[in-house]
Ligand binder design. Sequence first.
Ligand code: NAP
Length: 247
Amino acid sequence: MDLNGIVCLISGSSRGIGRATALMLADAGCDIAVNYVSNAGAAESVVEAIKKKGRRAIAYKADVGRKEETDRMVDQAIEAFGPIQILVNNAGITRDRSFMKLSAEHWREVLLVNLDGAFNLTSRLLPQMVESRWGRVINMSSIVAQMGNFGQTNYAVAKGGLIAFTKTLAREVARKGITVNAVAPGFIDTDMTAVLPEQALDTVRKLTPMDRLGTADEVAVAVRFLADPCASFITGQVINVNGGMYM
Ligand code: NAP
């Protein structure tokens, strides 16, 4: 039940859920390629925390929506660490607007980061996983893909796309020792939800049987579970981490 020495790349791991996942997988024995797009300081602090745990870590700046940047990051990470066998497609953004007010730019931007980002990284890393006949791809979806949410057509489409991607890719690589799963968090206390008005957060709490937001660690533990070598008969699944908001 351990991941000693296995290399993991986590997109968007400078903050929030990605950061918590990086620290938890490091505790399990992984070396971590940390990715960020603008917060170098936050990414470096994750690297330092991982090194203190006795694992290797390097921070890479790359916009996951830009293939040339993800290709460069993956190449540099493989050179530094060796083969990468766990990929967590976690980087995500929101650009909330009701559909009538949604610009084509905000539509595209959200799809680029949340959905194209997963394509860019997975397509680059999968051949290596196939070659070593072991791998884990874990995609960060959202409860919004399952329930919809006012003002988030762009985000819901991207996160729904990730679930479809998960199930389809899982079938394609099932015989190659690679599992592909998704985690669908409900509302989690991170910078992403910190911008929501208090009234909206109150509504979220009311709609959540546990009457609270989740923590980044409570999501990270689902990723940790799916990454485990023993989780080898679980593929194409969506694990909900939402305090019961969607059952
Ligand atoms: P967060 O606190 O806003 O952190 C976002 C992370 O993604 C940061 O590390 C950020 O890097 C990185 N990032 C953003 N755009 C990027 C890009 N173009 N390329 C590479 N990295 C990028 O978000 P979070 O709440 O932890 O969310 C993590 C994932 O969970 C996202 O996919 C989100 O959609 C999903 N999710 C979150 C919730 C929630 O309630 N929080 C619920 C469901 C699903 P910088 O630090 O450099 O900006």
